[in-house]
Design a protein around this ligand. Sequence first.
Ligand SMILES: Nc1ncnc2c1ncn2[C@@H]1O[C@H](COP(=O)(O)OP(=O)(O)OP(=O)(O)O)[C@@H](O)[C@H]1O
Ligand SMILES: [Mg+2]
Length: 263
Amino acid sequence: MEKLSSSADPAPAFAVERLSVRFGGFQALRDVSWSVRSGQILSIIGPNGAGKSTCFLAATNMVAHDGRLFLQGADVTTLRAHRLPLRGLRRTFQQNAFFAGMTVIENMAGALLENRPSSLAGAVFLPWRERRRRRAILAEAARHLESYHVPAAWHHHFPGELSYGTQRMLSIALAASPGARVILLDEPAAGLGGEDMRALRALLLRLRAEGLAVVLIEHHMDLVMDIADEVVVIDLGAVIARGAPALVQADARVRDAYLGRAA
Ligand SMILES: Nc1ncnc2c1ncn2[C@@H]1O[C@H](COP(=O)(O)OP(=O)(O)OP(=O)(O)O)[C@@H](O)[C@H]1O
Ligand SMILES: [Mg+2]
């Protein structure tokens, strides 16, 4: 495996610079910058309404913004939102987002195909080859799902039939399909109980170990303090602190803005 160290790694896997977003007259985000390296978990925390999800919307070009985006060192500020996943930037949503009318395995196969464009010619002229390809994709989707804790028994159900915890896993499995380099997760632990939380923690550590750059919006402070390499704190649309989890936890402004209130 490629050897990575912060000094030898020239560019962060993903960096946002001075992101600002306005919703009408309301400034939801002001000059927010952060970056994340491969094999690192960066956590974004802050009170409800601070601008965390808006930050992901801007970082994936899903909302108009000022500021710039750099993916593996390349300026992707003007790239259309739907092109970013192909370049390795993936995200999950605070509310799970699936194709409700497709089964779990069809959702997964769709994500695999979407992120691996190939010639349509074979499909048009050689249907038997297409059938073989379809079988191969479905088998790959099944393996991928199981490795992300979505059991085979659920693969032919619709996403809405899964337990909430398994839906969370499915959304991560979809985002982490091959080609992912940077993964933005918006409150993956929300609503999860003990066992699902442990599975999620293990999964996040695995993504990091596999060399992904993980950006984690989360309210569960125990999880953040346990696994984040770095924490960025947003309050009222601006960054008020950043650093190692223990340092941020001890910061008086952070306690005031968030941790104190949340306790
Ligand atoms: N489309 C929109 N139009 C107008 N205001 C919006 C829009 N989306 C978000 N906002 C406002 O922007 C602010 C930031 O919202 P955002 O969803 O980013 O907060 P958040 O930090 O993710 O909060 P939470 O922890 O509750 O998820 C809030 O005041 C919200 O009401
Ligand atoms: Mg949010």
